[in-house]
Every structure is written in C-alpha cells, then in structure tokens.
Design a protein around this ligand. Sequence first.
Ligand code: IMP
Ligand code: MG
Length: 185
Amino acid sequence: MVDYKTIYPEIHKILYTEEQVREKVAHLAKEISEFYSGKEILLVSVLKGGVIFLSDLIRQLEVKAELDFIAISNYEHQKSGIVRFIKDLDTDIQGKDVLIVEDIIDTGLSLNYLINNLRTRQPNSIEVCTLLDRPRRRFIDMDIRFKGFEISDVFIIGYGLDYNAYYRQLPFIAMLSPEFVYERR
Ligand code: IMP
Ligand code: MG
C-alpha cells in the first residue's frame, strides 16, 4: 500500500475511496456495454485527466472497443470560450460510434467545443461518459449519457485529476487543504 498522505501531506479529505471509485467504474462499464451491445465503439479520451479512468473502464467493457486520444488546452476558456487543440485524433471517426471519456465536466466549455468539432467529421454517433459531473458550474447545457458521481462546487484531485500537475496518481478522489489551494485551476 502506498502511503499517499506522506507523499502529499496537503491531502485534506477523501471524497470517494478507491473502492467507491472502482464500484462506480464497474457500474458505468455495465451501462455502456448494454447501451452498445453488439456494436463496436471508439473511445476518445481527453488527455491527460481522462486516461486513468479510461484505462480502468476499457478493461471492463463487453463490446469491441478502439481507443484514441485528443489533447486540448482549457486554461483560458473561462473568459473566451476558446479551446486550443494540442493533439488531434489519429483515427478517422466517420461512420463510427464515438464515446468521449472525460474525468470531469465542469463548465462544459471544453466538451462543447470538442463535440462540435467531432460532429463535423460525421461519426455515426457521439455520446459522453464522465466519471464526475459538476452541474452547478455548467455554462452550456449538454446531454451526458453516462455519468458517475455528481459533485458540488469543491475543487478535487486524484484519479487523473490534477492541481499544478500533481495528484493524478492517487487511486481515490480527494480535496486539498483549503490553505493549499491558492488559485482555482
Ligand atoms: P470544463 O468543463 O470545460 O470547465 O473543463 C473541465 C476540465 O477542467 C476537466 O477536464 C479538468 O481537466 C479541469 N477541472 C475541472 N474541475 C476540476 C477539479 O475540481 N479538479 C481538477 N481539474 C478540474
Ligand atoms: Mg479533462
């Protein structure tokens, strides 16, 4: 067992334990497998936060699945709504059933930009699966087919989510000491 509190003493409170996360991922994998039963899907993960969730999720899917990655920068979108592509997909998604796998949907601006962009490439369908959903900060209303935990307006880290690039490695989802988080994102 890794002693994360020694590595990161600023971890304040665990919101979802490793066990709770594992159960939620298994549940989502079941839902996705039933929804796409008999089909093939292309999982699109948004780097970097989404990869931890994705790697656990894909190994529990009971349908054929391909995998591809996209990287977008969302540091400035709060004001402008502009999202920058850092890495595009390698796959041609035309005619495919695409499932976007996200760590968290907050304002929804990054996802909205991504969906609009992917739609122009004429996939057969696009759905979204997010482990965490924070609907209270949503700017843009959107249809999220597969949702894990719904959370309030607290900043969280772990299981892919970072603060200043750290904490992605935690197997649980936690909050940092309030005095430690000096600036949101
Ligand atoms: P939005 O939905 O476009 O506002 O952006 C969502 C992205 O912001 C997520 O994919 C995360 O990378 C990041 N993010 C949002 N909330 C948190 C949080 O509580 N902790 C860590 N990253 C977050
Ligand atoms: Mg993300």
